[in-house]
Design a protein around this ligand. Structure first.
Ligand code: GA4
Length: 333
């Protein structure tokens, strides 16, 4: 349960102007086991920066077991969950997102890909359940990381890049700066009572990393922003994964792939549980357009930066900010 001081939802960002968003069947679906995956992925990343993956290879058993442990964690009393916190940068957080004043109808656990660190962090909150959770987390993260690597290789192939592992090697590197997040959106009573229409679970933003792999239970709430700036709701599907292009991949493709703006709305009746793997490169990695993707005399749209520099700037920003704006090159037109 998210515990709030009074008045409840007043402190949350309501979605003003929120036109009724349609549930969309336009979201690209990619079957990873099919040969056309590479063409579909490239098209989806150019058009939406987002797609759904089926036949992903992550065992359903691993998923369900981790989900069930995560539910148990979120159903514990607040003071117990807080033993894993605060989330600076890893731990348990409730309603506050990041360090710069953003709030949402959400509670979460932020974890790293360093299992030893996670283990120490989780011990006081999980008690004797710690080892079970740690093992499940480690299995899940290895499977999802493997899938992320495969997707990134298929992407490179689809972009006709000779070096198949040009993107995937950044995640496979032992110094890869990846993050794992469990988000729990409890039912929002004010919405159930019809006192307000929409409450923001997690405000609109893009992900700073290379790629994000999201999986949720069967409660909807996720929405993505299209090129024409309209929002569409993504129908939930607990058997599939949803993939987001992150800011770093947008830069590496010199803007050809689109880092997708997305958000999550709270639900009046059902709780939503999502697990997201954010695949990031090593901190020292230079993030710049790949020369092999630059056609003719195409120039880079971005100033040079390392992942460390970008991450530092991103973590100092507000959720909805256009973080890449600071790194765009001003081109004479
Ligand atoms: C968005 C993607 C990941 O959830 C995250 C988020 C991070 C956080 O929750 O601390 C940030 C957000 C995310 C981008 C801007 C900053 C940092 C909250 C925020 C306001 C873990 C990440 O890497 O960047």
């Amino acid at each position: 349960m998210v515990v709030l001081s009074k008045p409840t939802t007043e402190q949350y960002s309501y979605i003003l102007n929120c036109k009724p968003t349609t549930f969309s069947n336009t979201i690209p679906v990619v079957d990873l086991s099919k040969p056309d995956a590479k063409t579909l992925i490239v098209k989806a990343c150019e058009e939406f920066g987002f797609f759904k993956v089926i036949n992903h290879g992550v065992p359903m058993e691993t998923i369900s077991m981790l989900e069930s442990e995560a539910s148990k964690f979120f159903s514990m009393p607040l003071n117990q969950k807080e033993k894993a916190g605060p989330p600076n940068p890893f731990g348990y957080g409730t309603k506050n997102i990041g360090q710069n004043g953003d709030v949402g109808w959400v509670e979460y656990l932020l974890l790293t890909n360093n299992q030893e660190y996670n283990s120490t962090r989780l011990s006081p909150a999980f008690g004797k359940n710690r080892d079970k959770f740690r093992c499940l987390l480690s299995d899940y993260m290895s499977s999802v990381k493997k899938m992320a690597g495969e997707i990134l290789e298929v992407m490179a192939e689809g972009l006709n890049i000779q070096q198949k592992n040009v993107f995937s090697k950044l995640l496979m590197d032992k110094e890869s700066d990846s993050v794992f997040r469990l988000n729990h959106y409890p039912p929002c009573p004010e919405m159930a009572l019809n006192r307000c229409e929409n409450v923001m679970g997690f405000g609109e933003h893009t992900d700073p990393q290379i790629i994000s792999l999201l999986r949720s239970n069967n409660t909807s709430g996720l929405q993505i922003c299209l090129r024409d700036r309209t929002w569409i709701s993504v129908p939930s599907d607990h058997n599939s994964f949803f993939i987001n292009v992150g800011d770093s991949l947008q830069v590496m493709t010199n803007g050809r792939f689109r880092s997708v703006r997305h958000r999550v709305l709270a639900n009046g009746f059902k709780s939503r549980l999502s697990m997201i793997y954010f695949g990031g490169p090593p901190l020292s990695q230079k993030i710049a357009p790949l020369p092999c993707l630059m056609k003719g005399n195409e120039s880079s749209l971005y100033k040079e930066f390392t992942w460390y520099e970008y991450k530092k700037s991103a973590y100092a920003s507000r959720l909805a900010d256009n973080r890449l704006g600071n790194f765009e090159r001003i081109t004479a037109s």
